[in-house]
Design a protein around this ligand. Structure first.
Ligand code: GFB
Length: 436
């Protein structure tokens, strides 16, 4: 090699090193983790080594908040993959607090039961947990258990911070005689972890990146538990919507929803102008493009919401009083009701609104897809209505609103909620409009 080439290589090496060190120092000002080192990122080598990011969520959280946490973590993986090679491992679904239908399998649902994995993969690389077990074996290198800072109260000043500390509450993992940690790994008993750490964290999802690239850089597989602690990096921006658009439902569920629309609601994509491009990256429509089927839809969140949000959730009688003028206004032939309400409440509603209709799954569908599958079919049908009204602060309603933004409805027929019995009028949902 000539001297000139050696000199050029040396100069490039020093430029790379100095820019990395400066990034690392910036990181250090904010976070209690060591500087990012070149080897940990495999900078300079042809291909970064493959790493796996797993995540888990507080067991009490419901289906639709979990979908939101998926987006936060997927967006984190996308950010890290500008320099590294992370694959996101999809945590099996269930058991969930709300999935109570008797006699059903309630855990270890694969993501492909509910979602289109190929579509997810067009945003970031993802694999099912069972495929991770085949590729990696049952031992996860590091578990990072996130917790809030002890004694922290929100004082009006938001500061991002993260540090490894003692565990504040007894964690759900314990060390066994073989030196490995056992705990709740979605019901897979042979799974264990080599190392376990508690981290106090406050901030956006990217806050964990310096840690993953320094202190835990040796770990090939990292599980972030209590991932709901991390906030969306950029809520509502193009990247948020890319993650959301990639989160398409599984085809069999879409087909069942479409069959119900066609047979019971006189609604088809051609007539409703709701045809989606097969690849989400190529689907881009203007607000008001979709007209929806000749029905209005309401999501009535009942059960625990009747206690937890009693001022904002109307009685059945008041629900009917709010729906009747909408039927008039939109000349609706049917009113589709998505709800976790018991049958008696739906029958009561039908006394006031005889054209109310709900989706009742055949037994074999319920058995195969569980309560989660039925929830998705309900959401899909609501997403295609000419007008939609949801329940205050329900993430179930929020996800329907997003689906309608993707389909291209006018925000006026999407961002609506029912008011409580004592409310003459009420604040309507924030309009998180799609961005491309
Ligand atoms: O999705 P989700 O967590 O949204 O709703 P929220 C809880 C579950 O209730 C869903 C069922 O996974 C469904 O199993 N469910 C609710 C429904 N509405 C419907 C519906 O219209 N049709 C069908 N088929 N099922 C959260 C809770 O609920 O609210 C949290 O998950 C917490 O635990 C929070 O209580 C306040 O956002 O409505």
């Amino acid at each position: 090699m000539s001297n000139l080439v050696v000199w050029i290589l040396c100069i490039i090496y020093f430029i790379c090193l100095s820019s990395l060190t400066s990034t690392a120092n910036d990181d250090q000002d904010l976070f209690a983790f060591e500087p990012v080192r070149a080897q940990s990122l495999n900078v300079g080598t042809a291909k970064p080594r493959k790493r796996y990011l797993l995540y888990s969520i507080n067991p009490g959280e419901g289906f639709n908040l979990r979908r939101d946490v998926y987006m936060r973590v997927a967006s984190l993986v996308k950010m890290m993959n500008d320099k590294e090679d992370w694959t996101l491992v999809l945590p099996p679904w269930g058991p969930l607090y709300h999935w109570k239908t008797e006699g059903l399998k309630r855990d270890k649902y694969l993501w492909k039961t509910f979602f289109d994995i190929q579509s997810l993969n067009l945003y970031v690389p993802v694999i099912e947990f069972e495929d991770f077990l085949t590729e990696n074996g049952p031992v996860i290198d590091d578990v990072l258990y996130l917790q809030h800072f002890e004694g922290d109260r929100f004082t009006g000043h938001f500061e991002e911070k993260i540090e490894e500390t003692e565990c504040i509450e007894a964690p759900r993992y314990s060390k066994h005689a073989d030196g490995k940690y056992r705990g709740w790994f979605w019901g897979y008993e042979r799974v264990a972890a080599k190392n376990f750490h508690c981290l106090s964290a406050q901030g956006f999802a990217a806050i964990v990146i310096p840690a993953l690239r320094s202190n835990y850089s040796k770990a090939r597989s990292v599980l972030i538990d209590r991932a709901e602690t991390l906030l969306h990096n950029r809520y509502g921006d193009e990247d948020y919507w890319q993650a959301r658009r990639s989160l398409r439902f599984a085809k069999p569920l879409i087909d069942m929803g479409d069959a119900f629309r066609r047979d019971r609601l006189d609604s088809t994509d051609d007539g409703d102008i709701t045809t989606l491009h097969p690849d989400w990256r190529d689907h881009q429509v203007k607000p008001g493009h979709a007209i929806g089927g000749p029905y209005i839809a309401a999501h009535l969140r009942r059960r625990d919401f009747l206690y937890g949000h009693r001022d904002d959730v109307p009685s059945i009688n008041r629900t009917a009083l709010q729906l009747l003028p909408l039927i008039e206004k939109y000349k609706a032939k049917k009113v589709f009701i998505a709800s976790d309400a018991p049958d008696e409440e739906f029958e009561e509603l039908k006394l006031y609104i005889p054209i109310a209709i709900r989706y009742v799954p055949p037994k074999e569908i319920l058995k195969k897809y569980g309560d989660g599958g039925v929830a998705i079919i309900d959401q899909w049908i609501c997403a295609h209505a000419r007008y939609f009204v949801g329940t205050s602060v329900s993430t179930f309603s929020f996800r329907i609103q997003e689906e309608r933004e993707i389909l291209g409805f006018d925000p006026d027929v999407t961002f609506n909620r029912l008011c409580g019995d004592k409310q003459e009028s009420c604040e309507q949902p924030a309009r998180w409009k799609i961005r491309y």
